[in-house]
Design a protein. Sequence first.
Lengths: 199, 419
Amino acid sequence: MNKFLAITFLTAVVVLTSCSDVKRKPGSIYMPDMAYSRAYESYDDHSKLKEKGIHYDARPVAGTIARGKEMPFPYAQDAAGDTTNYTLSKTVPNPIDSLSVVDAKEAERLYLINCGICHGAKLDGNGPLYKDGNGPYAAKPAALVGDAKYENMPDGQMFYSVAYGKNLMGSYASQLSKRQRWMVIKYIKNKQAVAKASK
Amino acid sequence: MTILRSLTKILSIFLFITLSTSIGNQVNAQDGKALFSQNCASCHAVNKKLTGPALAGVEDRWPEKKNLYAWIKNSAAFLKTGDAYANNLYNEYNKTAMNSFPSLSDADIDAILAYIKTVPAPGAAPAGGAAGAAAPAEDDSDSTLVFGILTLILAVVSLILLQVNSNLKKLSDDKSGIPAVEPVPFYRNKAYIAFIAIILFIAGGYMTTVGAMNLGRSKDYQPEQPIYYSHKVHAGVNQINCQYCHIGTYQGKQATLPSVNVCMNCHMAINEYKGEPLVRENGDVVDGTAEIKKLYKYAGYTEGQPWDASKAQPIEWVRIHNLPDHVYFNHAQHVNAGQVACQECHGEIQKMGEVKQQNDLSMGWCVNCHRQTKVQFKDNGFYSIYEKFHADIKSGKIDSTKGITVEKIGGTECQKCHY
């Protein structure tokens, strides 16, 4: 009797304590060929495709533009210490003359997601990450509305900074397509015009 | 008397002078703060290196005040004078040009310098009471353990009581002269055996079914990631939008994980963690700053140097949510057209330190939601082709308060989800 009790007690203790509620391993699988695909999925290692005899390149052929897409930006990124192309980019016009109602809404959405966190929903350079210097992000983002320097900055130069980055601000080329970048810049320009008119 | 009066006079004048000069200083520093924030803060902090050097103690590095004025007003022109310190600094900062500020007067610059002096060194400021603020909530694993032990004790007590009961019966039987039957040990007692067999059958059957149903499913899966990256810190406390990082949700099938350059957009400037203490699920404390250094290692970034993105290595995050290949799931369809919030499927991600799979991603889960959820038919160009439904809603054939569920537009047909 005592032996029996002791054994049940011990097994119960072992079972109860070994059940951690953090699950570090995925569930087991009986058809792994479907769960862990043999085809290339989005997060696979794509770096050695050539060696495996797979000839695939997701980049467009050099010198071509997809139908209906914007022309590429004519200036490359400056080397360190050089500002030639940054200055030249002032001459590039914004291919978007005006935003339709739908596009304006979309541009605002893109701005709030990608830029508002630093530049602020009001475009005053005081987003939640900066908070007058009390936030975790130490560098002051440009006050796109309220600073004459940025109000007079041509669209093309803004595009340069958004596409290649400027000092501590990184490049947004991987998050926004060319058209989306121009849309956001148009949105900023529209906001600046409104702020100027109400002054 | 007169002596006293003149003494008070002198004293008050003295007081007035000291007061006014100190107030003047304060005003000066306040102006300086505004000027600094407007002109310099995008590149300089007082105690932290950003695009330009930390400015604390800068006046000691520039013995000639005149040169400092010249530098700040027009650094490019000053570099041409061939000043060795300035040129070295310029090269040290990889020839990053500082803006010129021709409109700043000497007094303005003095105000900025005065402001810089008022900012305390980092260690001096009393640290906020972050420590101890977040006592970890009572763990529910503890309560299951307590319940388990309680049940066990109850079971033991009832067994003992049973034994006592049978012993008492035996005693009373002995007394009343009924001949004692040789007691059957409990492991040969038929009632006991039948009882245990039934219990085993039910429990075993239940566990097998549940186990079989969970094959290929990973509810609650919460792997350890190569970097302790906390959604609570980013999406919760700092309010970064999910789509800042998961760009694909609006346009494509895949949500996409951010590449290293997206992290570096912020982390070129944020090189230490100063928020609430971070704790892993098992209670280990995480050093946020050390985790950011891990990110720098993947990025191939040395602090203070400009970052060369081509040196970055991908971070191999462990995939959590994963449907088998025979299911087609598209994020844009749900997030963009369907306007479903991330949290409905993934749970409160913005409160998770480590991401955990909230739902089992079973077919029943998908289909249930498709049966219950109404599509956002109104003002959504995506559904304009469902003309009959629109007409029926208008004519009242379909109750507009009930609306159109995903099932009605074919969301439970096999081929919508299975290739």
